[in-house]
Design a binder for this molecule. Sequence first.
Ligand code: PGA
Length: 240
Amino acid sequence: MNIIVKNDYEELSIAAAEYVADYIRNNPGKLLCFAAGDTPLGLLRELVKMNNSGEVDLVSMWYVGLDEWIGLGYEDKGSCKQIMFDNFYNAAEIPDNRIMVFDGKDIDLDGQCVRVDNFIKQQGGVGLTVLGIGVNGHLGFNEPGVQSDAKSLIVNLDQITCTIGAKYFSGIICPSKGITLGLGHLLNADKIVLIASGEHKSEIVRKSLKDKINTNIPASALQNYLNLTVLIDKEAASKL
Ligand code: PGA
């Protein structure tokens, strides 16, 4: 595990974008997966800038969405799809046929899992995945207690995820279920970058990286993963 601490969110976002850009240059045509919370927004913005100035070719890659709130789609502000399309896929003009995301509005959610699992298989697995971390230690919607080898799965969201998730939905009630790539996909990626910013993440960053691995802290499973780069700012690193 390589832990890199940056001064602040801005520096962290630039360093993460440079890491991803290097991966893209060295692995053209591979499958990328980005988390869609608040933390990756700076990194996504930097990557789009690099794409527009010709420093990296985002259109040469394939993309799979990490997760989605059940019941929500692009037209719902705060959905993973809306966040990713508005801030990244559309901004970089990545064609739809290079992107696979969960449809949280489909009534056949098991079918959604199969569709996404098949896509990942066709692409030869996930190349690089960029993950954020929830204050409860979740990765995507792999909530406390999750199975460590699951592929795509439907989950009941943890109370903390629902409470914190309200920040994305400006007053609208947060969904109680989610659909996500499981740890079985994420831990099979060639490389993982974990990003975290702010004092409020410091305790869970410490527990995830330093405490004994346990399923109540899904992110602790990353300790077993060799190609992990942790990119965090000083505040998120303050309890390490
Ligand atoms: P955040 O979400 O980046 O909005 O803090 C992180 C997460 O819940 O995975």
